[in-house]
Design a protein around this ligand. Sequence first.
Ligand code: NAP
Length: 512
Amino acid sequence: MRLNEHTAMSGSNTRLICPLTASSPAAMREDMTAAADRGANAVECRLDLLARIPTDEQLRQLLADPPVEVIVTCRPTREGGRFEGDETERLRLLARAADLGARAVDIEIDVPKKSRPTAAATILSHHDFQQVPADLESTLAKMDASAATVNKIAFAAAGPQDAMRALDLLRTCKKPTIALAMGEAGVISRILAKKFGAYGTFAALTAHAQSAPGQPTIEEFRSLYRWDSITPATAIYGVIGHPVGHSMSPAIHNAAFTAAGLDAVYVPLLIEPGADNFNRFMDALLARPWMDWRGLSVTIPHKENALAYVGAENSDELAVKIGALNTITIGPAGGLRGDNTDYAAAIDALCIAMGISRKDLAGKNVAVLGAGGVARAVVAALVHYQAQVTIYNRTVSRGEKLAEEFGARAAGRDALDALEAEIVINCTSIGMHPNVDACALPEIPPPVKVVFDTVYNPVKTQLLTQASAAGCKTVSGLEMFVNQAVAQFETWTDTKAPRQVMRQVVVTRLRI
Ligand code: NAP
């Protein structure tokens, strides 16, 4: 593949470019081999990150007979790099790299035309580490009109909607282009670069060797985000949250897409708290039907915002009663549908363990410990199926409010001694890592036959250990966690979810 061929139409030639950030030329050369071994198609030698300006011989050795395409960059401090020396010296170094066989050199857009090296292809670049440049489109137009071979624009993203602006550039550019939104909120511009036919995207060798914020590693691109399978037709799914970096959902759903043979990718979407931020993102998404968004998971703090945006009339009845969505399905014409797979996941985990159907919950005496978000979904579902529910919460007034809303009873935790329920469901965070010795119900009284702990880390909590010892049937939060992901997958894709694969991802991630 020659550098000056426009790859925007196929998407399949988008390079995974590994920036080399070592401080010595020898270490940089070693990393070049490691990057090629891990599957990078090109490397970017960041000469500005070397501890000293390389000698001619060091540069020759660095660039001799490389295992992959080599781009050479010597980023000055004015564009976010570390080169503080003389500009003439910097340009001489880049010209020398071009003479020594570098496939391309990266030149900032403010370098005068007459000073740009001519012996190699040029990547004309502009970086803004603060914001989306006000002149984004006109900067791209200038680049398109230049003699450079490749355009590169990178800017800071305040939200994933800014990353969509980078993807817009890939649709309008007239020559091979790299367009990236930096930071965790911009990561979709990196992952989806291949779908939209970018010239390349940057992938770090290790998590500690990022050359810009928000850059996944080569391993993450290939194993977690299905890089090798992404095509122009790939459907997009994602999880909205804040924070979202800890979410296991990308690993679970991407593994499921692979196992089910679906052309789809699932990405993290960091959206600042607040309905305005949520709405801005959704508006940007719906304005771009060409992106192929098909489904969204929604987590804290946006579940209520999701219901307000999708609307009660387009959402599941029980989800509306709960007041929160965790699942949005996007139809081909942009129509939205809202669901809450949390409640179904919880009661199905319970019913499967008890060998009963949802209808058999009618009349069962259930104690729910806690009155937070999870308790709300569990109580709504139990009451819906006509169970007799008592909520035991530390803050009694909160428990009473929840009970009143759904037609349950409420009590304080001091009433747990006299508990008469057949089923106990822990919806508090008691016993969750790292407080693994804490127990949500210190004594298991005789009427209790089934104990369900929604905590999934650890899978076997102190509560479940004690319940087993008391002869009770136990249900782990892991089953609920897997159930909600399975339900999302099936809602979106109409395909049977590979449950075992999804469960194994969670088990592996929790290192059970
Ligand atoms: P939340 O809204 O913050 O509610 C936390 C609840 O725990 C409140 O009722 C709180 O009582 C109670 N609580 C916390 N610390 C306590 C303590 N030391 N003593 C007594 N009560 C205490 O949280 P959430 O979103 O409902 O999540 C609750 C738990 O569910 C999480 O910790 C997680 O382990 C689990 N979870 C499981 C899944 C799954 O799929 N399996 C999914 C999400 C969450 P107050 O009202 O008095 O503060």
